[in-house]
Design a protein around this ligand. Structure first.
Ligand code: CP
Ligand code: NVA
Length: 308
């Protein structure tokens, strides 16, 4: 059974094939619609955290493909509390042909996959956000018509989004640079999981502290919230620590003239990104958000088309 828990567990050729399929499905959708490749199939969606993009894009994506999605809210099934993760996985496997889960602990999505008899998709864990990274690469590929050799700079917290961006950049031959405070770097074990891919694909990874050093000559500038879901108790401290880690017009001027700005959203305007940049001519944040739909449709087809 193939799952999608983090990008490091997929081969580079499989991830490239996903993006190719996403481009094809997007083109098809914009020109009359997709064939019902998932007719009669159901995706179960477990959410332990809030969501706009992930929930709606998966639900709409299943509809585009002739299938259906069921939303299970944070209080509904009490993953690991009302019922063990192993039991939830085995019960759901009898009803649905795929499970998407947004969790706190990454191990919980791993455990779901261990027990499920259907594919499990990580819709964000504390460690990874691989669905987001697919949409990001799709957006970069559409804009530049290539990925190899581009410089992708990530400014802010070395969180789940940063981690998945690194692994995606490694698959697509990019030069990935993070600017984070030293104690908020991408965790070493995740950076290590990208090493072989970086080498195999002519990609590089560098971690610096000053945003200007990362942004210099970048093709892509990326940021995310300073305070991820579950870290609300650290808000005051994080706002202090990350105050200089903002994508604003001055930072954007360090990047290449043709650079694009990405943000996974939700944005905290005035914190990690200014209105001027988020709504400016170099912003690709709304096409990027739309691409969640197209990238995930490719993922759903790859994982669920064969499941009965
Ligand atoms: N980017 C993203 O995952 O958005 P949601 O939290 O709204 O799903
Ligand atoms: N890093 C953020 C991403 C939100 C889509 C979080 O985990 O809350």
């Amino acid at each position: 059974m193939k799952h999608f828990l983090d990008l490091a567990h997929w081969s580079t050729s499989d991830v490239h094939a996903l993006i190719d399929l996403a481009l094809e499905l997007k083109h098809q959708w914009k020109n009359g619609g997709n064939p019902p490749l998932l007719k009669g199939k159901v995706l179960g969606m477990i959410f332990q955290k809030p969501s706009l993009r992930t929930r709606v894009s998966f639900e709409v994506g299943m509809q585009h493909l002739g299938g259906h999605a069921i939303y299970l809210s944070p209080n509904e099934i009490g993953l690991g509390k009302r019922e063990s993760i192993a039991d939830v996985a085995r019960v759901l496997s009898g009803y649905v042909q795929g499970i998407m889960a947004r969790v706190f602990e990454h191990d919980h999505v791993v455990e779901l996959a261990q027990w499920a008899n259907v594919p499990v998709i990580n819709g964000l864990s504390d460690d990874h956000h691989p669905c987001q990274a697919l949409a990001d690469v799709l957006t970069i590929r559409e804009h530049f018509s290539r990925t190899q050799g581009l410089k992708w700079a990530y400014i802010g917290d070395g969180n789940n989004v940063a981690a998945s961006s690194l692994i995606a950049a490694a698959h697509f031959g990019m030069h990935f640079v993070t600017a984070t405070p030293n104690e908020f770097r991408i965790p070493t074990r995740i950076a290590e999981s990208a090493q072989a891919l970086l080498q195999a694909n002519g990609a590089t990874f560098e971690q610096v502290e000053r945003p200007e050093d990362a942004a210099k000559d970048a093709d892509v500038l990326y940021t995310d919230t300073w305070i991820s879901m579950g870290q609300e108790g650290e808000t005051a401290q994080r706002e202090r620590i990350f105050a200089d880690y903002q994508i604003n017009q001055a930072l954007l001027q360090q990047a290449k003239p043709g650079a694009i700005v990405l943000h996974c959203l939700p944005a905290h305007r005035g914190q990690e990104i200014t209105d001027e940049v988020a709504d400016g001519p170099q912003s690709a944040i709304f096409p990027q958000a739309e691409n969640r739909l197209h990238a995930q449709k490719a993922l759903l087809v790859k994982l669920m088309a064969e499941v009965v």
